[in-house]
Design a protein around this ligand. Structure first.
Ligand SMILES: O=C([O-])CC(=O)C(=O)O
Ligand SMILES: [Mg+2]
Length: 644
């Protein structure tokens, strides 16, 4: 590799471009090129880019002089140069799309990672060729934030707010994260559930600049090359979906991209992972969603889903390419895969890659944490309670398994025993031993001895649970009768309606409080506003994996962990539960408010990392003494940097 330096006369600007390929292989390591005007500089980079990509060739002669001639506009005719190929005349001619390597001037304003908009100081405007490209006013970042929050609040339609936030992310990344961090309670429902669900449903229509990386069946055999097209080289977290089960909304195919994008903005805002280290990926193997296949604006492959060998071969290629490109310590978070693939992928790759399934493991960890906290309000130990789930997919069985594991660790009882206090209902009714033969493998451990029951209400009456958990992805299933039955059997029924987005919630917060006459302890996957009942205000909690995965991922990354272990999920649960204050409990809350989430994430990260060191799975040595401090020191800050 050699460095080519550009220096503009009279300005303190030096720019280095690494050149990896011929024709510069034999050039002197330092070529100084004086430029008078920034436009030349910009054009110069473009030409160099072309050399780097091997699209231009140069042989013999005075390379420096040739280069200068090229950059100064050798070739091309006419008085109005069409450097970017924007004229009608170039419509039929192949042109090379090129960008500059170092942002300045107009390009700097359009580079979301470095753009500061009106917050560029006079000195920066002068030094970076921005004078005249911005109106004279100078805003602080706080004033920019105030202005944007005012605009956002003007939009009454949630999807408009979502689009406005995505536009901001594409325009000024630091400001986007500053808004999200400072106004987390207000903006989480905008960039995350429930609005992100609607955004995915309408992704084709609202599609603007592409975000993330799309890998479709068409890229089979070339996935490594596709990964190399992503501009960032050091990736720490990938969130990947195949769009088959987006929240509780079902198969949204390629339009599921909203989910990895949203989850990764939370990795940054809530967990402090640098945005440049985050990579959202959607694997497009088709969709079975008829509506999308007929939609003229659908952005994905218009074919039915590939399954079986074809599917698994693509995923295998993807998993190896990721490891080959980013190494052993990149975290791959599986998100919103359908049950039949989710369990299999996790089982297959957990021993060879750093993988984490958010819907199975993240949800389990956050719910276990809520249950542990809730014990302060409802009494007893976990082992004293009886759990009934509606929904036996990733979330249901994932949570059930982690509860059983925790009870087993606390009581020394074998897992087979601790599972017996946990019952699951699926679409065919209560899971019982007589159904065992026909059950999918992940449901089998929950087939206990009992007579068959078809309906949830009858199951509630027969099992007499103290805790009712909804994870079926189907809304309005905790009916008045179901909640009343829970309330008739329990002084304080614990009711968790976890399905997302709000439209799929098993019941609303208001229903839970009203039907239980204000006695239910309630939390939901998507947020609900506080409810007033009989003169008392009830604040529902949000049992969403967003509490866990950002801190969990940070803990893995900062310790250089190479594999995820279930004990790390338990550690994350405990760390979250430990953050709930007496003041929170007094309000009936089993989760701390999201306002302090970065501090909470640092604590989760520290506990996860500590567990990883204890298990010998952490490769970052020596272990930092104070892991909370270390976690905080690793976190991304949305405050603008100063440019020289
Ligand atoms: O995205 C969320 O809000 C939680 C989640 O993982 C899901 O519902 O699939
Ligand atoms: Mg999910």
């Amino acid at each position: 590799m050699q460095l080519i330096y550009f220096e503009e006369e009279g300005r303190n600007l030096r720019t280095a471009i690494p050149i990896y390929t011929p024709p510069f292989a034999n050039a002197s390591p330092l070529i100084m090129l004086p430029f008078k005007r920034v436009n030349f500089l910009r054009r110069g980079f473009g030409v160099l880019e072309q050399y780097k990509r091997g699209e231009r060739k140069m042989s013999g002669g005075d390379m420096e002089a040739k280069l200068k001639a090229e950059i100064n506009g050798g070739g091309g005719g006419g008085g109005v140069e069409d450097v970017y190929g924007e004229d009608r005349a170039s419509e039929d001619q192949p042109i090379t799309p090129w960008t500059v390597s170092v942002a300045s001037g107009y390009t700097l304003l359009r580079d979301p990672r470095h753009n500061k908009g009106l917050a560029f100081t006079d000195k920066e405007r002068d030094a970076h060729y921005l004078t005249g490209l911005l109106p004279p006013a100078l805003f602080s970042q706080d004033l920019q934030e105030k202005r944007l929050m005012n605009i956002l609040r003007e939009y009454k339609v949630p999807l408009q707010r979502y689009i406005a936030m995505m536009d901001l992310q594409e325009r000024n990344e630091k400001l986007f994260y500053k808004l999200l961090i400072d106004n987390v309670e207000e903006l989480l429902p905008v960039v995350y559930t429930p609005t992100v669900g609607e955004a995915c449903q309408k992704y084709g229509s609202i599609f603007r600049r592409p975000q993330g990386l799309y890998i479709s069946l068409q890229e089979k055999g070339k996935i490594l090359e596709v990964l190399k097209n992503w501009p960032e080289k050091s990736i720490q977290v990938i969130v990947v979906t195949d769009g088959e089960r987006i929240l509780g909304l079902g198969d949204l195919g390629c339009q599921g991209m909203g989910i990895p994008v949203g989850k990764l903005s939370l990795y940054t805002a809530l967990g402090g992972v640098r945005p440049s280290a985050c990579l959202p990926i959607t694997i497009d193997v088709g969709t079975n969603n008829k509506k999308l296949l007929e939609d003229e604006f659908y952005i994905g492959l218009k074919q039915n889903r590939a399954t079986g060998q074809e599917y698994y071969e693509l995923l295998e290629e993807f998993m190896s390419a990721v490891k080959q490109n980013y190494g052993e310590k990149v975290l791959i978070q599986f998100e919103d895969f359908a049950n039949h693939n989710a369990f299999e992928l996790l089982a297959k790759y957990r021993t060879t890659h750093l993988v984490f399934n958010d819907d199975i493991q993240g949800t389990a960890s956050v719910v276990l944490s809520g249950l542990v906290s809730a014990l302060k309000l409802i009494g007893g130990t976990l082992a004293d309670h009886t759990f009934l789930f509606l929904g036996a997919g990733e979330a249901g069985t994932g949570i059930a398994e982690l509860i059983a594991l925790e009870i087993s660790k606390k009581t020394n009882a074998p897992l087979e025993e601790t599972r017996k206090k946990i019952w699951l209902v699926d679409s065919k009714g209560l899971i019982v031993s007589s159904r065992k033969e026909s059950l999918q493998h992940f449901k089998k451990p929950w087939a206990h001895d009992h007579e068959p029951i078809k309906e949830l209400l009858a199951a509630v009456k027969a099992i007499k649970p103290t805790v009712l958990i909804g994870t079926s992805g189907v809304g309005q299933t905790f009916t008045k009768e179901v909640v009343e039955a829970m309330a008739s059997m329990n002084e304080k029924p614990l009711i968790l309606a976890l399905s997302n987005p709000t439209s799929q919630s098993e019941c609303t917060a208001e229903e839970a409080y009203t039907w239980s006459e204000g006695r239910a302890i309630f939390a939901s996957g998507s947020p609900f506003d506080p409810v007033e009942y009989n003169g008392k205000v009830f604040v529902p909690g949000q049992a969403n994996n967003a509490y866990i995965f950002p801190g969990f991922g940070l803990g893995l990354i900062m310790s250089g962990t190479i594999r995820v272990h279930d004990d790390m999920l338990l550690a994350a649960s405990e760390a979250l539960a430990a953050q709930v204050t007496e003041e929170n409990y007094a309000k009936g809350l089993i989760y701390p408010p999201f306002t302090n989430i970065r501090k909470i994430s640092a604590h989760i990260a520290a506990k996860v990392a500590a567990k990883s060191y204890e298990l010998g799975l952490a490769s970052r040595l020596p272990r930092p003494e104070d892991l909370v401090k270390y976690a905080e020191s690793c976190m991304y800050t949305p405050i603008y940097g100063k440019y020289r």
